[in-house]
Design a protein around this ligand. Structure first.
Ligand code: 6R9
Length: 662
C-alpha cells in the first residue's frame, strides 16, 4: 500500500483565500415563529441542551435514542465499546435493518401510505405504499435466497434511479447480504474494479435507464465489466426500457422471471448491530477508490435521527432528494433515513432539464412535494437557466430546502432562498461525508439562525473542531483542519479489505481523532464555514474525484508520459478538472489527442471524471525529490499568480513556460 501523502502546504493558502471571500458574509436568517411552532425541535436553547448531553454523556444519550428510534429483536447490552477508531456500538443487540424501514410501519396508519412516489424521465409515475414495498422486498429476498445468497455475500447494484434500486438495497439488508451500489455513470472498468475489490457474487442491473431522452446502456457495460470478474455467478436484469440487450445463458436472469412465483412474505433474520450493511466506494487522495464499510444499528440510527431533526419530518411530508442512490446521500437520505421514519419519498429517474429546465419545479407542483434536498451545482445550473423557468410554477407546497455535496456560495444560497423558497422555507446546508454516514454539521430548521454559506453547528453526538497542523484547536476565525474528536454511531467501521489504509487515511494525521480531509473555520458564534478538501481530492459538481485516479487513467494512455490533475474554480461545477500532460517522445500534441485523452478518462472511470481542460506541457513542476507540485499547477490553471514558497522547485523555468502556454 502507498501511504497517504501529508496534506500539501497549498492547502493553507487556498483555505485563507476562500475564507476572505466568505467571511464578508454577515446576513443572518432566523427561523420564523410559524416554522418554529410546528418544528420537531423549535429553539436554539433546546438544541444546545440536547447537543451538550449528546457529547458530554454519549452513552446516556445514544442509549435513549437507540431504544426509542429502532426496533430491536434483542436488546443491546453495551452502548459503546472501545476507543476510536475501533468503537463498537450497541453490542449484544440484534435487529433487521429492512424490518426497521418497512415492517415496523405495517399494521399502523402508515401501512397504506405512499413509501415511494416515482417519476420516470418519460413522465411515467408509480406509487408504492409501505405494504406494497414490503411485498416487493419479501419477494426479492426469496429470489436472492433461491440464488444461494447468504448473509455476508456481496451484491453489486448498477441500476437507474427506479424503485427497484431501493427494493434491491432493502432485500439485501433483509437477508444480511452486503450491497455495493455503483453509480450508473461509472464505466465498465470502474464497475469491474469495484466488483473485484469486494468479490461480489451477484450483479443487479437493468436493460437501461432514461437520461436526457436517451437510454443509458447499463447492461452492455455490465457485460464488458464481467469479462474480468471471476466472483460473479449471476446477473439479475430489470426490464425498464425494453432496449434490446444480450442475455448470457446460465448467468443472466430477468427480474420478472425470477420473481414469478416467489412468495410475498419473508421471515427476516435478526443480525448483530455491527453486521455489515453496505460498502460504498469513494475517492481518496491515493490509489484506488476506498470501500467505505457501514454496519447496521449505528448507521441506521444516525440516518434516522438526522432525517427526523434536519428535515423536520412530519407524517404529511412528501420529500424529494435529487441524489442518485449511487452516492451516500442516496443511501442515507433516499432510502434508510427516510423509510425508517415512515416518510413518503419522491424519486426521479432523469435529468433536471428534460424536456425543459423546469422539470424539478413541474414535479414539485405535480406531486405537492414539501421538502427539496439538492446540491449547489444543481442550484447554480438552475440560476443559469433563468428565473422564468421557475416563475412558471407555484412551488407553494414547499416548506423546507436542503443543500449538500459542496460549499454553497452565498449568491446561490440567496437565489435558492428567494426564488425557490419564496423567503418562506429554511435552508439546511448539511455538511457530511460518505465516511460519516449521516449529516454531521447542519442547521436544525426550527432552531438554528442561518448564515448563507455556513453549515452552522454540529449535529447531536458530533464533537467537531478546527485544529492547526499540530492538532491544537485553532482560534476562532482562523482557518484550519476539520476533525471529529469522539466516535459517533454512524461512522465508517473500516475500508473493505484494508484496515491499515483505514487507519492511515483518517487517523494517522492526529492519532485518536478522525480527520475529515476538509479545511474550515469557525466564526465567533461557533458556526462552521467549510472551505473544501485540502487533500488531493477534487469536488467536481459535488462528486468526489481523486487526482490519483485521474492521473493513473491518463498515464495508461499510450501517448502519455506523465500527468497531473488539479481543480480550477468554476462558477457552475464548484471545481473544474484541469489536467497537465507530458507526452512520450514521438507523440505530437494536438486537439485530436486532447479529445482522445478526455475520452480515455471517460472510458477508464466514467464521464463524470472527464477533464474539462487538457493542457500539454514540456515538463511538470517538481520538487527536488521529484514530487509534482500541484499547488503551482493549481495557480497556473486558475490563471492567478503563482504564490507561496517555490524554493523547493527543481527548475523554475518550467513554471514560466507553462504560464505561456494556453
Ligand atoms: C455527503 C457527501 C464529502 C465531501 C466533504 C466536503 C464536501 C459535502 C458539504 C461539503 C461544504 C457542505 N461537502 N457537503 N462541503 N458544505 N454542505 O457529499 O459525501 O461524496 O463523501 O463528499 O463533500 O468536502 O468532505 P461525499
Amino acid at each position: 500500500m502507498r501511504s497517504a501523502p501529508k496534506p500539501k502546504k497549498s492547502a493553507t493558502h487556498v483555505t485563507d483565500q476562500t475564507i476572505t471571500s466568505v467571511s464578508r458574509e454577515s446576513r443572518v436568517f432566523r427561523p420564523s415563529a410559524e416554522f418554529q411552532r410546528q418544528a420537531n425541535l423549535g429553539s436554539l436553547a433546546a438544541y444546545k441542551k440536547l447537543y451538550a448531553e449528546s457529547v458530554n454523556s454519549p452513552e446516556k444519550f445514544w442509549k435513549r435514542q437507540a431504544e426509542e428510534q429502532l426496533v430491536w429483536r434483542k436488546p443491546f447490552k453495551t452502548v459503546m465499546k472501545g476507543a476510536m477508531p475501533d468503537t463498537k456500538w450497541f453490542v449484544g443487540g440484534k435487529l433487521n435493518v429492512a424490518e426497521n424501514c418497512i415492517d415496523r410501519h405495517l399494521g399502523t396508519a402508515r401501512e397504506n401510505k405512499a413509501a415511494i412516489i416515482f417519476e420516470g424521465e418519460p413522465g411515467d409515475v408509480r406509487t408504492m405504499t409501505y405494504k406494497q414495498l414490503h411485498l416487493h422486498v419479501c419477494r426479492l429476498a426469496h429470489v436472492f435466497e433461491n440464488m444461494g445468497l447468504v448473509a455476508g455475500d456481496r451484491v453489486a447494484i448498477y441500476l437507474p434511479m427506479v424503485p427497484e434500486a431501493m427494493i434491491t438495497m432493502l432485500a439485501c439488508a433483509r437477508i444480511g447480504a452486503i450491497h455495493t451500489v455503483v453509480f450508473g455513470g461509472f464505466s465498465p472498468e470502474a464497475l469491474k474494479d469495484r466488483i473485484n475489490d469486494c468479490k461480489a457474487k451477484l450483479v443487479v442491473t437493468a436493460d437501461g435507464g432514461w437520461r436526457r431522452g436517451k437510454i443509458i446502456e447499463l447492461k452492455p457495460n455490465v457485460d464488458k465489466a464481467l469479462e474480468g470478474t471471476p466472483s460473479v455467478q449471476t446477473v439479475l436484469v430489470l426490464k425498464r426500457t425494453a432496449n434490446p440487450i444480450n442475455m448470457k445463458e446460465g448467468r443472466d436472469v430477468w427480474w420478472h422471471d425470477a420473481w414469478e412465483g416467489a412468495p410475498n412474505q419473508h421471515k427476516a433474520k435478526a443480525f448483530d448491530s455491527e453486521n455489515p450493511l453496505f460498502i460504498l466506494y469513494t475517492s481518496g487522495s491515493t490509489g484506488k477508490p476506498k470501500g467505505v464499510l457501514h454496519t447496521s444499528a449505528g448507521y441506521l440510527l444516525g440516518a434516522k435521527l438526522s432525517s427526523h431533526y434536519v428535515f423536520d419530518l412530519k407524517e404529511t411530508d412528501r420529500y424529494f432528494c435529487s441524489a442518485d442512490i449511487g452516492w451516500i446521500t442516496g443511501h442515507s437520505y433516499v432510502v434508510y433515513g427516510l423509510l425508517s421514519n415512515g416518510a413518503t419519498v419522491f424519486i426521479y429517474e432523469g435529468a433536471p432539464n428534460q424536456p425543459e429546465p423546469d422539470r424539478f419545479w413541474r414535479m414539485i407542483d405535480r406531486h405537492s412535494l414539501t421538502i427539496l434536498y439538492t446540491a449547489p451545482t444543481a442550484i447554480r445550473a438552475f440560476m443559469r437557466w433563468g428565473d422564468n423557468y421557475v416563475l412558471r410554477h407555484r412551488l407553494d407546497s414547499l416548506r423546507l430546502l436542503g443543500s449538500v455535496g459542496e460549499p454553497i456560495n452565498p449568491e446561490a444560497w440567496m437565489w435558492y432562498h428567494t426564488m425557490i423558497g419564496k423567503k418562506r422555507c429554511p435552508i439546511v446546508d448539511t455538511w457530511w461525508q460518505t465516511e460519516t454516514g449521516a449529516i454531521t454539521i447542519t442547521p436544525l430548521p426550527g432552531a438554528t439562525p442561518l448564515k448563507p454559506g455556513s453549515a452552522t453547528l454540529p449535529f447531536f453526538g458530533i464533537a467537531a473542531k478546527i485544529v492547526d497542523d499540530k492538532g491544537k484547536e485553532a482560534p476562532r476565525n482562523s482557518g484550519g483542519k476539520l476533525v471529529i474528536t469522539k466516535p459517533w454511531p454512524s461512522m465508517l467501521r473500516t475500508l473493505w479489505g484494508d484496515d491499515a489504509r483505514f487507519k492511515q487515511a483518517y487517523f494517522s494525521e492526529f492519532p485518536g481523532t478522525y480527520f475529515t480531509g476538509d479545511g474550515a473555520r469557525q466564526d465567533k458564534d461557533g458556526y462552521f464555514w467549510i472551505v473544501g478538501r485540502i487533500d488531493d481530492v477534487l469536488n467536481v459538481s459535488g462528486h468526489r474525484i481523486g487526482t490519483a485516479e485521474i492521473e493513473s487513467a491518463l498515464v495508461s494512455h499510450p501517448s502519455v508520459a506523465e500527468a497531473a490533475a488539479v481543480g480550477k474554480p468554476d462558477d457552475l461545477k464548484g471545481q473544474a478538472l484541469v489536467v497537465f500532460v507530458t507526452l512520450k517522445s514521438g507523440h505530437e500534441a494536438s486537439e485530436a489527442l486532447k479529445e482522445s485523452l478526455r475520452a480515455h478518462v471517460g472510458k477508464e472511470i466514467g464521464s463524470l471524471a472527464k477533464p474539462d481542460q487538457v493542457r500539454f506541457a514540456a515538463s511538470l513542476p517538481k520538487t527536488r525529490s521529484g514530487k509534482i507540485m500541484r499547488r503551482i499547477l493549481k495557480d497556473i490553471a486558475a490563471g492567478t499568480q503563482v504564490k507561496g514558497d517555490t524554493s523547493t522547485l527543481e527548475d523554475f523555468s518550467v513554471v514560466a513556460s507553462l504560464q505561456q502556454e494556453e
